[in-house]
Ligand binder design. Structure first.
Ligand code: FMN
Ligand code: SF4
Length: 548
């Protein structure tokens, strides 16, 4: 069925994709007549449009009157500043003008809200809420590094030189692919999959239309490094996509940027405009015989759209449910065409590799996890922000030397988002910041956003939050995740608020079912932080459980 819809959606192309039309039609101010129009135009049923459009948070009718949106992310929750922010917002906005939004990627302040297409923190509110006063200047996100050679943060000073070099370096796509293979670059979106395998598969896939898709849906609460790259180094991301396109034979790049990042969307659109103005886009770029163009798709509020196949379905205008694999996107991706889909940071690494060479990249970091990694530190740190660190850097160095330690006592760090591990403070000296070190110790590096869990924040409440997050963001395709995540949250809420005790055997069965019965890492990954908590905070959690 979805193959047929995919075919119909593809007929109109990306300019008039079903996704864009559905999003326009389901906006709160529109009525069903608009949906009917789109349904007729695409020859599909209205139910399919409802199914897709109603999936997302941003177009929801109940948000229609809201002006300021409180961040629901983990860092804002555990910092305890959300109530304070809510009270403060109440002074400037009526109750129905205050809404909620999933993590805004502003975790360096831990008290974020969205207002007038920009993200602010509590400190900005006085100026924003005072009529007649100009909006406060946007404060840059603090940055730092421990890498002598900066791969990701190095500024791009001359756009013409930057893109001319890139075009030259991918003149021979096979050589470029070899260099990327030598670099050992692994995907930064969470799984650490070797990038050149995907590149080779997409290059060798048969098809006269191929796509490069940049996953800029960074939904992990605690992570804001992709946001930083999109806003501060947009030409590193765009160049990485172009180079990828030239290597695999794709002439179209699609950036899927989450709607909660309005500043990132604006920055990327500006950068694309700069390329167009220099004649670096379109057909036969500067007489090289190569063509490339970009499309920007603005997400509409759904964490699962960060999962690669849900993201592809979303662009196509289908309900963003996870697809079964195989086939993999490299052979059957966007609109069923060969597609190289990668994370923002992965793609931003390519400019260094193509210019300095694969060996130079491989010499940084560790043998199995080469290169550098951007790490996001939340507002609990003395020096919160985005840091570029060499892979293999001791975690304590990241926390204390770069981040300056935390401003209040912390008992754990949640690293790698809601599906990442929960690292107790006692493990600080046992971990290095690379894929192997984390995996072998029973954690997950993921996207390396670090959220500090204060000493006083109840672990049971954090677990209830993680189950609730999964339940709200589940695509609903498989029952362990769709039902199991809600049951887990109910069990925890019953224990926290109504004095009930959770049968430990039942709870362990639930985790087992989630881990092994879920189709993707949303349901399948949730047990990791939960088990970490049970292992390292067993004494604190014991009063909520019965049984062994
Ligand atoms: C629930 C879920 C959410 C995800 N969110 C993101 C995301 O926001 N950004 C991202 O790059 N990858 C995300 N991923 C991983 C993608 O599915 C995919 O592996 C990645 O984008 C591939 O790019 P890479 O090889 O460059 O890492 C998510 C995966 C899951 C299961
Ligand atoms: S695990 Fe959850 S998000 Fe993933 S496919 Fe199943 S229902 Fe969808």
């Amino acid at each position: 069925m979805s193959k047929n819809l995919r075919g119909l959606s593809a007929r109109k192309g990306l300019e008039r994709s079903l996704y864009k039309e559905t999003m326009k039609a389901v906006r709160p101010v529109k009525d069903d007549g608009d949906l009917q129009q789109v349904a007729d135009d695409f020859l599909i049923g209205k139910a399919s449009l409802h199914g897709a459009g109603s999936f997302y948070d941003i177009p929801r009718r109940e948000r229609a009157g809201a002006k300021a949106f409180l961040c629901d992310g983990t860092a804002c929750l555990v910092s305890g500043r959300r109530e304070k922010l809510k009270d403060a917002l109440s002074g400037s906005f009526a109750a129905n003008e205050i809404g909620h939004v999933t993590c805004l990627g502003h975790c360096h302040s831990n008290d974020a809200f969205l207002y007038a297409h920009a993200t602010w923190s509590l400190d900005d509110l006085a100026e924003l809420g005072t009529p007649g006063l100009p909006a406060p200047a946007r404060k840059p996100v603090p940055t730092g590094t421990n890498a002598v050679t900066s791969v990701l943060m190095a500024p791009i000073t001359d756009l013409d030189v930057h893109y001319a070099t890139l075009l030259r370096q991918v003149g021979d796509p096979e050589l470029a692919l070899e260099e990327i293979g030598l670099s050992g670059l692994r995907g930064r979106g969470g799984a650490g999959f070797p990038f050149h395998f995907k590149l080779r598969a997409a290059r060798e896939a048969a098809g006269d239309q191929k796509y490069v898709v940049c996953n800029a849906d960074e939904g992990d609460p605690g992570a804001f490094s992709d946001k930083w790259l999109l806003e501060e180094r947009p030409h590193a991301v765009l160049a990485g996509m172009m180079a990828t396109g030239f290597i695999i034979g794709a002439d179209t790049g699609v950036l899927y940027i989450r709607g909660e990042y309005p500043e990132s969307i604006a920055a990327i659109k500006t950068a694309i405009g700069e390329l167009a103005a220099r004649g670096l886009l379109g057909d036969n770029i500067r007489g090289t015989g190569r063509s490339f163009r970009f499309h920007v798709i603005e997400g509409a509020g759904a964490y699962i759209c960060g999962e690669e196949t849900a993201l592809l379905n979303s662009i196509e205008g289908l309900r963003p449910e996870v697809r079964t694999r195989p086939p993999f996107p490299t052979t059957y991706g966007l609109f069923g065409k060969p597609t190289l889909l990668s994370n923002v940071e992965t793609l931003a690494n390519l400019r260094f590799i193509l210019v300095a060479g694969g060996q130079a990249y491989a010499a940084l970091g560790t043998k199995q996890s080469p290169g550098t990694k951007l790490v996001s530190l939340d507002g609990a740190f003395h020096r919160p922000g985005v840091y570029e660190v060499l892979m293999g850097t001791p975690l304590r160095q990241v926390v204390e030397t770069l981040g300056g330690g935390t401003r209040y006592p912390v008992k754990a760090f949640q690293i790698g988002g809601p599906l990442g591990g929960l690292v107790p403070i006692s493990k600080l000296d046992d971990l290095n910041l690379d894929f192997e070190s984390f995996a072998s110790a029973g954690f997950l590096l993921g996207h390396a956003g670090i959220v500090s869990i204060p000493e006083h924040f109840p672990m049971a409440e954090l677990l209830a939050h993680l189950f609730d997050f999964t339940a709200r963001e589940s695509c609903g395709k498989c029952f362990p995740c769709r039902i199991g995540s809600r049951r887990g949250q109910e069990l925890l809420d019953g224990a926290i608020h109504h004095g009930k005790r959770i049968d430990r055997n039942l709870f362990d069965d639930l985790l087992e079912t989630l881990q092994h019965g879920s189709l993707c890492a949303l349901g399948g990954g949730l047990p990791l932080p939960v088990r970490n908590a049970l292992t390292y905070f067993g004494d604190e959690l014991a009063p909520f459980f019965t049984g062994p």
